[in-house]
Write a protein that binds this ligand. Structure first.
Ligand SMILES: Nc1ncnc2c1ncn2[C@@H]1O[C@H](COP(=O)(O)OP(=O)(O)O)[C@@H](O)[C@H]1O
Ligand SMILES: [Mg+2]
Length: 329
């Protein structure tokens, strides 16, 4: 007989597309009881779970964010915690033991993996010897005359394409001054892919699903397609090995002038476009839950080629059922 006690899973970042993708995937599992959290009472994913399972949490950067979330996990007897928010992830991974102590397993890569991914300079250095990686240097520490132009300039710890520029010549690069928080990177001129990658507890890659972004609106992929390309999959596998991935990451690649897929960056979390990967046959949130529960994963999960177009959806609730602005303590 199967265990009648459901696994209680809390998903943070319920207002974002990644949080909603994880909630939707896990909602299909009969053995799971879902809870959702966000810092914003209007986060739509809160309303995909029952009224008693909606929780407001502190902003990921707030001093008391971790204390608050650990207390919530303890109070609500959360078995597995999924965070879909960049700024929350390293803070929670640093406190994994405290979560373990209240009976909550954090379903996220190790702190070491998160830290190397969130620093694009560290990541490029880590990967340079094992896969095609564009030349990358700190703006404060490179000779503008030593580059082929154009180059890309971007923040060392950026997100959402903020602060990414094309710089056309050495004079323009020199004019940017010297800043240790800004990277200079060789420009990759080819097609771009995101590869959703899942590695098991031994670091073995169970699935690597490349997606092309057919249309992007304000940084959000609104049309895309999975692409069966062994070279893209193999490149993502090498990235996973280089960063010691256990769990899910989104490996971003772009073809260089020779057509080889090269490393752009790694987001060590679920991407907003995860529903396409799930629909193509690889239910990564569900597999990541099994991994967090210590269950064995299949050695390989295949995917089909599939395209998606996306739209916004409405969730209706009685005004009285909106989460109050102060979370009850
Ligand atoms: N070296 C590069 N060559 C070409 N395009 C780049 C390069 N680096 C970044 N870009 C473009 O900028 C976007 C954002 O850069 P990325 O490294 O993914 O940082 P983030 O998404 O964290 O802001 C990429 O999706 C890509 O389109
Ligand atoms: Mg990116």
């Amino acid at each position: 007989m199967s265990d009648p006690t459901p696994t209680r899973v809390l998903v943070t970042g319920a207002g974002g597309p990644a949080g909603i993708a994880v909630l939707r995937s896990l909602a299909r599992r009969p053995d799971v009881e879902l809870l959702a959290a966000d810092m914003d009472r209007y986060a739509s994913g809160l309303y995909l779970v029952g009224a008693a399972a909606r929780h407001l949490v502190r902003p990921g950067l707030a001093e008391d964010f971790v204390d608050d979330l650990v207390a919530l996990c303890e109070r609500e007897r959360v078995d597995v915690l999924f965070s879909t928010v960049d700024v929350e992830l390293p803070r929670l991974a640093a406190e994994r033991k405290r979560l373990d102590a209240v009976g909550t397993t954090l379903a996220a890569p190790s702190l070491e993996t998160l830290e190397v991914c969130l620093d694009k300079y560290a990541l490029a250095r880590r990967c340079a010897d094992v896969l095609p990686t564009p030349r990358t240097a700190l703006l404060g520490d490179t000779d503008p005359d030593s580059w082929d132009y154009p180059v890309i300039v971007k923040p060392r710890r950026g997100a959402g394409s903020r602060g990414v520029h094309l710089v056309e010549d050495a004079a323009a690069l020199r004019a940017l001054g010297r800043d240790e928080d800004i990277l200079v990177q060789a420009h990759l001129p080819g097609d771009e892919y995101s590869v959703d990658t899942l590695a098991d507890a031994d670091g073995h890659v169970v699935a690597a699903v490349p997606r092309s972004r057919l249309r992007v609106d304000s940084g959000v992929s609104v049309a895309g397609a999975t692409v069966a390309d062994p070279e893209l999959e193999e490149t993502a596998r090498r990235v996973a090995a280089a960063i010691g991935l256990v769990g899910v990451a989104n490996v971003q690649l772009r073809r260089d002038a020779d057509g080889r897929p090269a490393l752009l960056e790694v987001n060590p979390r679920f991407p907003g476009a995860m529903p396409l990967t799930v629909a193509a046959g690889v239910d990564m949130p569900s597999l990541a839950l099994d991994l967090a529960l210590g269950r064995p994963l299949p050695s390989h999960v295949p995917f089909t080629e599939l395209a998606v177009v996306r739209y916004l959806e409405d969730v209706f609730v009685a005004p009285a059922d909106l989460v109050p602005s102060e979370a009850p303590r």
